[in-house]
Design a protein around this ligand. Sequence first.
Ligand SMILES: C[C@@H]1O[C@H](OP(=O)(O)OP(=O)(O)OC[C@H]2O[C@@H](n3cnc4c(=O)[nH]c(N)nc43)[C@H](O)[C@@H]2O)[C@@H](O)[C@H](O)[C@@H]1O
Length: 412
Amino acid sequence: HSNENLYQAKDNLPDYSPSKPTRYLLYDVNPGEGFNLRRDVYMRVANLVKFLNEDEPWVLVLPPWGRLYHWQSHEIPLQSKISWKHFFDINSLALHAPVMEFEDYIKAMGNKVERLFYLQRFKGGWTKWEEKMEICDCVEEPRYHQLANGKWRGQFFGYEDFVADKFDCMSTQAYLLTFKPFLMKNITARSVFLDRAESMIHGQYSEWSREWWTARRSMVFAKPLRDIGDKFRKEFLDSDDISDKTELEVWTNMKRNHGDAKGGPYIALHFRRKDYLYAHGKEVPSLEIAAKQVLKYLKKYNLKKLFLATDAPNEEAEEFMNILKKSQIKTYRYRPSIDNLKELKDGGVAIIDQYICAHARVFIGSYVSTFTFRIHEEREILGFKQEATFNRLCGDEEGEECEQPTKWDIKY
Ligand SMILES: C[C@@H]1O[C@H](OP(=O)(O)OP(=O)(O)OC[C@H]2O[C@@H](n3cnc4c(=O)[nH]c(N)nc43)[C@H](O)[C@@H]2O)[C@@H](O)[C@H](O)[C@@H]1O
């Protein structure tokens, strides 16, 4: 492992037998999926690589970010080929499983992968759950095509020269651990690409939540994004880690109890709008009713400031803030300049929003939004009381007593 671009925590890795060369696992996700579901898929693939490393040296190649449906800022150039270090702290990821950026993989192994598998369902679906996987005909038209030279081309994150030597569709209905014997025994390729990796199932959550949380805890946000979040907290929200009791440690040493964290003197709201109005209309309140609910929380916790994270168009956000203003509530939003936006990109801004939400005294989220879920988890890691975290806005028709989010306990 002399490659300096391979981030790995040395004391986290077993002694490899020198006879086993490093193998590489690459993956991608259904193009329609958003940023925060992709983060969940990462946790599964990272755990697969972690378990592979118990027997063989494997490195997880991080799929570049880009071309996500929700990244709609047109003021900045096409957002693609963004490396992971832009959003996450790579050294923290590497304390969980060996990882490397895609660009570094290309430098080491060239513009190709040996085997490419397109994960798909079984034809005809299933009636009873049983674990199985099988290389077979493609159920749907795959998003890869063969070139005259026999190699396979596909989207590959916008890397136009990248190819696969061999392509197969593979029907799977399996937990991630079942992929381990397949990768170790059934195939010998040094590099393997799993597309549609979201179909890989983590494992039964009750038994597996510790493993899931370990991977989750390693997903620390990149330092420059945390710094911007901290600056905003200090400047506008009277919030800092010492008074809020939210100091970060290296995640492997960090273990907090519910109630250890206090949070800054503000309430944070993640108000998902746009496509959510169509996808979950019943559970998304009108601006008026949302403001009413927020006021109730502010009163209950005796707070005056609201931090608003939202994907709403600007005019809609302004309208919402004006409603609250009538009740003397000042609402803050993180709004980067165009230059900052160019640097941070939509994904960086989303993370700063999540980071600030994670540090609030009380958080209110949006119904079944993975953006909200990742904030819940961040707050579990920091050690907030659960009643300060697992709250959501209720839809107008649902009434104020609507069912609140499931408490997703951190496990160490
Ligand atoms: C309806 C479904 O919603 C699912 O989204 P959901 O789980 O909320 O969460 P995500 O998968 O992250 O997708 C939502 C995206 O919208 C932007 N976004 C949403 N809320 C905010 C916010 O408060 N601040 C900022 N800065 N950006 C926000 C951001 O780019 C984020 O990644 C999608 O994954 C599905 O594909 C589908 O569209």
